[in-house]
Design a protein around this ligand. Sequence first.
Ligand code: FES
Length: 268
Amino acid sequence: MGKNIAKTTHTFFFCDGGSCQKAGGEQVIRAARAYLRNNDYWNNTHTIKTRCNGRCEDAPTCIVHPGEFWYKELTPKKITHIVKGHINNDCPLETELLYKEGWKQQISNKEIAPIKPKPFEFKADEELGDCLITRGFSSDQYLYPLFLFMLEKQEGVTLHVPNKTHLAFKEIKEVNYSKEYTLELLTKTDCLEFTIAAVPKDDKELQQLKISITEYFYQKETTQTGIRFKNKFGETLGKIEFDSINTEAWKYCTKIQLQNLNLDLTQL
Ligand code: FES
């Protein structure tokens, strides 16, 4: 039988993402659960493993509710004190906090500046000719939203898949991301696939299909903008082109995908 959630006094969210696992997160979770079990708090508390909390530099991390308490660089010893403190007197262990509600900023010992796309640069590209080009992000956390947005704002958007097809995005009726690695673009009669999730390093076939490079470009000759997708070996897997620099979808790319990066056409 499951727990009676209505009786929960505290919930501990333990990050179980890759960085936290590497930093000993599993031992931290085990220590917390053992403390709760042996001190008869098990039925009134809840422990939940989460995916990455977005603070890998502070791994292993944990969030405590009620309140908004974020803990950093945990060890089995620290978590036992933290759990005790919250359960007994709702008293956070301030020295181990990354953030709590009311603080103007987080306190990390290992802050890493967020990665931003580099400015557009001039390139004489084999396929695109003279162009301004930059790299965006290629994880599925960026690519799935990108394709969903294209589905919403299809005007002036064209998709090219080498040796396969060339179609107006308007023909795409659905974007489906329910498979393990693959995104499906469904037209009335066809299904185009792009591999966007992280794939096993030793699977050469999947590595060849995986989008690992996402380039945003402006072509001098045609004045067209677009996105080119490549695998890690530099082979083109697909291309999206926009009718003009004013297409809604291109504006979205520079604002959201490239984090407000502007084209400087004087470079051409
Ligand atoms: S893996 Fe735990 S914060 Fe990223």
